[in-house]
Design a protein around this ligand. Sequence first.
Ligand code: PGA
Length: 235
Amino acid sequence: MIIASNFKTNHTRQSTCAYLDTLQQFTEKSGSRQDILVFPPATALDRFSVASNIRVGVQNAYPVDKGSFTGEIGLEQIDEFGLRTILIGHSERRHIFGETQALCAKKYDYFKSKGFEIVYCIGEPEEVRKAGIDAVVDYNLEQLEGIDLSYEKLIVAYEPVWAIGTGLSASVAQIDETHRRLRETIKAPLLYGGSVKPETTKEILEIENCDGVLVGTASWNVDNFCRMIEIADSL
Ligand code: PGA
């Protein structure tokens, strides 16, 4: 399974190093078989000596090699650390920073052409969820417009906006139904994200069409994140 942590705007360079050290020791000791992804803030990126099943990625980047894009990083900055995993389309990028579907697709095409492993996020806002499952599926499929779903290094994360950072996860029934419907279109690994906690990890990972979790808040504590990996190992 894929167990991923998105640090967002949390952790420093120093605390990221300490986090990855602890994570590395944990996986060595437990012999974990999970695919573990960690997305630190851009200022904490580095070459980390971690096991091959732990991959560090970038939370965001502009689809250029280099250039004049103040505040952004491009391929040259990522290449310095040999990183090849990226998060694209996170709801915070879409809703807070106004990233359009066209920009998400442009980033996707660019980083696909560079051979990146891409965690591509989709998810509906609360009013769409209230309108029922067909509206939810339509909304999520629109966020796949321009995205090559046959790319072999694609991972899709279904993250309902109303569940992100709210402490209120989607229910097992909601995830099950949504993933089942999305699975008709998406053959890539399908993660769930949105207030996943150690206590809810088992029931979520047991959902048939759920191939892992993308975790924010609960994963910022490395012990919690290791607990989630341990739960995945126990299934
Ligand atoms: P959360 O964030 O776990 O804090 O809800 C999930 C995410 O945004 O990936």
